[in-house]
Design a protein around this ligand. Structure first.
Ligand SMILES: *[C@@H]1O[C@H](CO)[C@@H](O)[C@H](O)[C@H]1NC(C)=O
Ligand SMILES: *[C@@H]1O[C@H](CO)[C@@H](O)[C@H](O)[C@H]1NC(C)=O
Ligand SMILES: *[C@@H]1O[C@H](CO)[C@@H](O)[C@H](O)[C@H]1NC(C)=O
Ligand SMILES: *[C@@H]1O[C@H](CO)[C@@H](O)[C@H](O)[C@H]1NC(C)=O
Ligand SMILES: *[C@@H]1O[C@H](CO)[C@@H](O)[C@H](O)[C@H]1NC(C)=O
Ligand SMILES: *[C@@H]1O[C@H](CO)[C@@H](O)[C@H](O)[C@H]1NC(C)=O
Ligand SMILES: *[C@@H]1O[C@H](CO)[C@@H](O)[C@H](O)[C@H]1NC(C)=O
Ligand SMILES: *[C@@H]1O[C@H](CO)[C@@H](O)[C@H](O)[C@H]1NC(C)=O
Length: 337
């Protein structure tokens, strides 16, 4: 190393140490999370957090742990504590999301966090910061006297899921009863105005959804529809064959159609991807797809057939050698996992 470079390195280490020592001796650098912003996506029942950490040394990165607390209704009612471990760079904006079981309209949520430096290079900073202040998240709709609200509205879930619904009633005196289809369901009181119901392992009843009604005197009645989708099947018996070496005809058994009424979910789509050519095709039929064999006589084919609906994707794969024709002149390939 040239003397000048050595001197420069020495100088920068010296400056680095000075900054650290002077601040460390006076008081430990507060690497506290700050500018915490919380936004809510009520459709996805998700809270999105965004924050920064002040005082990360210039162009450095260090390992940190963020402990995040989520409370419901009041700050003292902590319902979730999560640790998020990550590496934080200078000037980085951090993100973290959380999905709530309870629809966000049902109750106010509060979020706060603290941080810890968990990095061998910065062992002097290995202590918990103070908590940030609580951020309140409120997506409640305004509620007039004697009205009833229910959430979530028109939610799409897969069969077997657990779903939490709630009703909010301004008038706490009312005796409100709720039914799923014809069966009465029993909830848990979250606060004087809010009842929540856990529906475990929901089943598919019909394409047009499952209705849940709540009613109470006087003339209060509200309903929501829960769209329960069948679980998407993996395509079965996927195979391709050709008789003329121009078109590969691929077929499969699609299994259950997962379309739901009111355009809540269309039938699942099927796409064919061939990895050697990198080509992809959206199939127009639900149980077959024709594939043009290219002029430059591709020998190996590696197809991935993917079924997809709004909730899930499922793929199967076949790999075959087109030149290995059978006695009948038909090339056929079957699923080989
Ligand atoms: C919620 O998220 C989805 C996709 O993740 C997005 O399409 C939608 O616009 C978001 N809604 C709100 C209110 O931000
Ligand atoms: C931390 O130390 C290790 C080895 O001592 C080194 O490889 C690494 O680059 C250092 N990280 C930072 C951010 O300085
Ligand atoms: C995150 O860091 C904490 C503190 O070092 C540790 O106890 C925990 O196991 C880590 N979690 C993960 C998922 O790495
Ligand atoms: C936490 O806050 C108190 C009072 O505001 C302050 O004296 C203390 O230094 C802070 N601790 C850390 C680790 O930042
Ligand atoms: C649904 O709830 C039951 C009982 O609380 C639990 O055992 C199961 O794991 C949950 N299922 C899902 C998909 O979260
Ligand atoms: C509420 O109504 C149900 C029937 O809908 C009845 O069985 C129950 O006794 C009522 N409870 C109160 C406190 O009025
Ligand atoms: C969920 O319900 C189905 C029938 O609808 C049942 O076959 C299955 O065992 C149930 N699963 C659980 C975890 O209760
Ligand atoms: C076939 O394609 C799949 C999906 O693209 C890929 O994961 C797999 O490695 C491929 N196999 C070969 C032998 O190229």
């Amino acid at each position: 190393m040239a003397p000048f470079a050595v001197f420069q390195t020495f100088l920068s280490i010296l400056m680095f140490l000075r900054i650290y020592q002077s601040e460390a001796l006076a008081k430990p650098l507060p690497l506290t999370p700050e500018s915490l912003k919380v936004s809510a996506n009520s459709t996805h029942q998700c809270l999105h957090l965004q924050w920064t950490v002040r005082n990360i040394p210039y162009h450095q990165e260090l390992k940190m742990v963020f402990q995040i607390q989520i409370s419901r209704i009041k700050t003292s009612n902590v319902i979730r504590v999560e640790n998020y471990n990550t590496t934080v760079k200078w000037k980085q904006v951090l993100h973290w999301s959380w999905e709530s079981d309870l629809p966000l309209e049902c109750a106010t949520h509060f979020v706060r966090m603290k941080s810890l430096v968990d990095d061998a290079n910065f062992s002097e900073l290995n202590f918990w910061s103070n908590w940030s202040s609580w951020k309140e998240v409120n997506v409640q709709e305004s509620l007039e006297q004697d009205t009833l609200l229910m959430f979530p509205k028109d939610k799409l879930v897969e069969e077997g899921s657990n779903v939490t619904i709630c009703y909010i009633s301004r008038n706490t005196q009312n005796n409100i009863s709720c039914r799923l289809e014809e069966n009465q369901i029993h909830g848990e009181q979250l606060d004087p105005h809010v009842f929540a119901f856990n529906l475990n392992n929901v089943s598919f009843i019909r394409k047009h959804g499952t209705t849940i009604f709540c009613e109470g005197p006087p003339k209060q009645k509200k309903g929501i529809v829960l769209f329960v989708s069948k679980v998407l099947d993996e395509p079965k018996d996927f195979s391709c064959e050709t008789r003329d070496f121009k078109i590969l005809s691929c077929t499969w058994d699609p299994g259950m159609d997962t379309a739901l009424g009111f355009s809540k979910q269309p039938s699942q789509s099927y796409t064919l991807f061939e990895s050697f050519s990198g080509e992809k095709k959206l199939c127009t039929h639900k149980n077959r797809c024709d594939w043009q064999i290219t002029q430059d006589s591709q020998e190996f084919y590696n197809f991935t057939l993917t079924a997809a609906n709004y909730l899930r994707k499922r793929s199967v794969n076949i790999l075959f050698d087109l030149t290995h024709r059978g006695e009948t002149g038909v090339v056929a390939a079957h699923i080989g996992h």
